[in-house]
Design a protein around this ligand. Sequence first.
Ligand code: ZN
Length: 173
Amino acid sequence: MLGENSTVRSLISPTGGWNSELIRVSFVEEEADAILSLPLAATSTPDSMVWHFDNTGEYTVRSGYIMGCDVLDSPTTSGLNDAASWWKLLWWIDIPLKVKLFVWRACNNWIPTMVNLEGRGLRVSSRCSVCDYGCETTWHALWGCKKLKLVRESILVAQNIGSGKNLQFIDFI
Ligand SMILES: [Zn+2]
């Protein structure tokens, strides 16, 4: 059986093909058929997370924002103008430069989270050391970590944002 933290690699046999027996016992027939119909690469490469909505494969707040606009059926061009206005506002408001730079780095996923450090080749665990539950992405470190619940709830109440589901980092700053 597949474990809780299994990856696609778990479904590949040591010989390089799909482990069809494991796939058949782990998924319903339609899903197993769909997985087994996928061709595998000839060379073995490590699993990686890819963000489908950006050409680079990297998640950015901008691409998440644009995708969110599409999901909500909002005009995308309006979303881009809003984002551009927001960046201008960030640079003009009277807050310390180091805060602006931190926000800018966070929005571009350039802060040294465990996931980012691991992605840069450091031999570290991507797991959040605070909650030991999720991977420490920028979002997790600044908002999603369950140990930040009290902070998160007080910000949501103060800004009257709502439940916090499907929010982007840019939504609460
Ligand atoms: Zn955490």
